[in-house]
Ligand binder design. Structure first.
Ligand code: ANZ
Length: 830
């Protein structure tokens, strides 16, 4: 047998690149469709190539990779691709600030990040890599834009955008900080521009209904998606405008409170506003107030400002009481929701109450918690359902009964209807930006808006736009791009100067992976029928709403067009937690606590980094980077290396059946081996607390070490060999390099990652006796063997027969016993 001292040291700096190269050369991770094989589409959200990856990013990719390797060993045909969400603002900002072309900046970041992902030992099928900013990719993004247009799901209309009057440019919402331009600090205005939209609202109900079936998504994300869609059912009904022969419709979900309506509030954009103020002395003041608001964003109006309003000088007539209610223009009623007008019920709506208090409007309580209750105290609105008071013939009804009864009455009169409203808005696609996919349309004086024919795609992004960051869309300033001919009439035409929101690129990329080099179609529908949908999606919870909603929308459209199987793209979703800096703060450059992947791999090796990431906590929780625990897992890996290398000969010699009865140590070890296999397998297929898998592997390592160093160890032992083999196989997904190297060094042929996953023998887990540790005053004094689940008395009587325990008890009084069944008995004496 080899002595420990003779074992060569484990050197990840040699072993890791060696195997990365070999796996690549063997094409080991290539995914090939195989009829009849169980497929598994495993995907991590594609990264934005921002430059460098740190150990927080590594966690996401390691998680995916551990799953991929595990599933392959479980016999799945796994597809595990990777690519780059490469269009977007940071590249353009780098161009503006540092004069580097966005493509150059993006490509160099991709090179760097690809290398970093490789050093982690991730088993991607790199032959499927995509870059959303390459013409081969965005040609199909443009194709899909036209596809959506053909389906009647893309349209152009005037819509307000954030506009910086100093930089003369449109700003994305994220570029508006507290209402100010992020770059020059000037006050951002709202400006109306003609823009492209996707009609995601047409899918609101389908998107909502689909969420119910996504039972392998985190509940939190499902709730966020439901709230984002924000379906609400209510009543739209009319208030006549006094002396005008017109009426204002309001949308309410609380028709039961209608007798408490003491004013009407309308949005500054309301189309009847001019009619309402016509001939009124308040007219100019109202108009000025409304115009000032029109420049402000929704966020500004509803969250950053106090509630404000002005009286229009005109009243409306309450449809049930005939009372005159004043019409006000306010900042908190949004034109884009419901009908752009609300009935103000200050007693039962907090916003209305604040508004009424500020302007001295009447507050009338019409709902009480239960019959006979007094009106709730002033100051806070009573917003819950209750029982109606001061409500004419409806007094005494519950809120629910009243909503129905009042709605029926108004519907009968022909002035109301049941309405469903959604918070979800159509998806604004156009961006006044350079680094994105050009929108494939032209405008011609004769034919108007004309789609670019499919055979003329891609509409190439020109290289030479001015990156000054000011004055509208950069493409407007590239005449060779803008000026073109109309595909219909051949006359002069102008291209769209705008590019697409990059969420468009990431709404369909998971389909492109299925035939990434296809130049006939965006993806091969046959391949899609085999691989899609995604079985497991992994990524950050920050994409809970936008990306996941847009991708679901697209997929539903694909499915209806027969291009994809099933109507949800991501069957299971997993959000990994953050890795914090060693100081417990969020990892960020400005805090100086970033640990880069390169640095960590260089110091500890990829396997140690991977093992740390999986061991430090369950996948969804956050934890800090810890030099001590990474040193711990490095020690574990070194221990495995020493154990296996110094017993390498066992793998050969133990193969022949020895025919002997297992020793007690062997039975004990066999229990440990099968318990580990069972635990790791159950976790990996169940709740996926991968940290407990790593502990199970560590426990198995200790059992093997104990066995190896025991004097009673037989010369060859099949159980020991079985245990070391299981150790390597269980560890393979977590630490792919060291296990592959040891697999080879112990005389195995073929990759460890292509071996079948071990299975456990339930019989090995049926132990007749269990060892219980006996302590006296907290100190280890011996072990007793008891039947599983034995009681304290049984354990204590046995303990008293152990000489080392007897010695401690002699002449003392037993004061207390602490008993943990199947584990420990602590006897407190004094
Ligand atoms: C009167 C009322 C009384 C209301 C009451 C609530 C409580 P959700 O559930 O979000 O759909 N609303 C309607 N249109 C609005 C708009 N354009 N801008 C701002 N608020 C608007 O909320 C529906 C409620 O939001 C409606 O019900 C309306 O106020 C308000 F005790 O009507 B309610």
């Amino acid at each position: 047998m080899t002595r420990h001292d003779d074992v060569p040291q484990y050197d990840p700096r040699f072993v890791e690149p060696k195997w990365q190269r070999i796996w690549e050369e063997r094409g080991q991770n290539r995914a090939v469709e195989q009829a009849g094989e169980r497929k598994f589409y495993l995907l991590e959200m594609l990264p934005y190539p921002s430059g460098d990856l740190h150990v927080g990013h590594a966690r996401n990719y390691t998680l995916g990779d551990v799953m991929a390797r595990f599933l392959r060993m479980r016999g799945y045909n796994v597809i595990h691709p990777m690519g780059w969400d490469a269009f977007g603002l940071p590249a353009e900002n780098a161009a503006i600030q540092r004069g580097i072309h966005p493509r150059e900046w993006t490509e160099s970041n991709i090179r760097n990040m690809r290398a970093q992902l490789r050093t982690l030992g991730t088993s991607y099928d790199w032959s499927r890599e995509i870059d959303t900013s390459s013409p081969e990719y965005y040609r199909w993004t443009q194709w899909l834009f036209l596809f959506m247009y053909r389906k009647g799901l893309a349209y152009k209309k005037e819509a307000p955008v954030n506009w910086c009057p100093v930089d003369q440019t449109v700003l994305a919402n994220e570029q508006v900080e507290d209402g100010l331009c992020w770059r020059c600090g000037s006050k951002v205005e709202q400006k109306s521009l003609n823009q492209w939209f996707f009609k995601i609202t047409a899918y609101a109900d389908k998107l909502l209904e689909g969420i119910d079936r996504l039972d392998e998504w985190p509940d939190r994300i499902r709730t966020m998606q439901r709230n984002w869609i924000g379906r609400s059912v209510g009543t739209t009904f009319a208030f006549d405008v006094e002396d005008k022969g017109q009426s204002i419709s309001v949308f309410t979900t609380r028709l039961d409170t209608v007798y408490g309506a003491t004013f009407l509030a309308i949005a500054p954009e309301h189309p009847l506003l001019e009619d309402i103020i016509a001939g009124k002395s308040q007219g100019p003041t109202v108009r000025a107030f409304a115009d000032a608001l029109k420049n402000k964003s929704e966020l500004d109006r509803t969250q950053l400002m106090d509630k404000q309003g002005v009286f229009t000088g005109r009243n409306a007539v309450h449809p049930l009481t005939g009372a005159r209610v004043p019409i006000w223009v306010t900042n908190y009623v949004l034109y884009g929701y419901g009908s752009g007008a609300v009935m103000g019920v200050p007693a039962h709506d907090q916003r209305d109450l604040e508004f009424a208090a500020k302007y001295g409007l009447q507050v009338t309580t019409v709902i009480v918690p239960s019959a006979g209750d007094p009106a709730p105290t002033a100051g806070t609105a009573f917003v819950d359902d209750g029982v109606l008071v001061e409500s004419g013939e409806f007094c005494g009804l519950t809120s629910e009964q009243a909503r129905k009864a009042i709605e029926e009455l108004l519907i009968e009169r022909g002035t109301a209807e049941t309405t469903v409203n959604y918070k979800l808005r159509d998806w604004l696609i156009s961006r006044q930006r350079y680094w994105g996919a050009p929108i494939p349309f032209v405008t011609c004086a004769r034919d108007g808006l004309v789609p670019v024919p499919e055979d003329q795609l891609p509409v190439l992004l020109p290289d030479n736009a001015p990156f000054t960051g000011v004055s509208g869309s950069p493409l407007e300033h590239v005449p060779s791009f803008i000026n073109t001919t109309c595909p219909k009439c051949g006359g002069p035409a102008r291209r769209e100067a705008e590019t697409m929101d990059t969420f468009m690129c990431s709404s369909w990329y998971y389909m492109r992976y299925l035939s990434p080099h296809d130049d006939k179609e965006p993806w091969d529908v046959r391949a899609a029928r085999y691989w899609a949908p995604i079985d497991q999606y992994i990524g950050g919870a920050e994409h809970a709403v936008l990306h996941l909603m847009y991708a679901r929308f697209f997929y539903k459209v694909f499915n209806e067009a027969g291009l994809a199987p099933g109507d949800e793209p991501f069957l299971r979703l997993f959000n990994q937690g953050f890795v914090l800096g060693e100081n417990g703060e969020k990892m960020s450059k400005s805090r100086g606590n970033v640990i880069g992947i390169d640095e960590a791999v260089e110091r500890y090796g990829a396997d140690a980094l991977r093992l740390f990431e999986m061991f430090a906590g369950p996948p969804a929780s956050e934890y800090p980077w810890s030099t001590t625990s990474i040193a711990g897992v490095t020690g574990t890996l070194a221990g495995i290396w020493r154990l296996v290398m110094s017993n390498a000969d066992q793998f050969e010699s133990a193969k022949a059946p020895d025919g002997r009865v297992p020793t007690p140590d062997e039975s004990e070890l066999r229990y440990a081996v099968h318990a580990a296999i069972k635990q790791v397998t159950t976790e990996m297929t169940g709740r996926r607390h991968l940290n407990t898998c790593v502990s199970a592997i560590m426990i198995l390592l200790n059992a093997l070490k104990k066995f190896a160093s025991s004097d009673a160890k037989p010369e060859t032992s099949r159980t020991f060999e079985e245990g070391m083999r299981a150790l390597l196989l269980l560890l393979a997904p977590f630490a792919p390099h060291i296990t592959e190297e040891l697999w080879e060094r112990t005389g195995h042929t073929g990759s460890i990652h292509a071996q079948p996953w071990p299975s456990w023998d339930e019989a090995a887990l049926q132990r007749s006796m269990i060892s219980v540790v006996v302590q006296v005053n907290g100190k280890w004094r011996g072990v007793v063997e008891v039947a599983p689940g034995a009681g304290e008395d049984a354990a204590f009587s046995l303990a008293k027969t152990v000489p080392t325990v007897q010695a401690q008890l002699a002449g003392k009084t037993v004061r207390k016993k602490v008993y943990v069944p199947d584990k420990l008995l602590n006897i407190v004496v004094g």
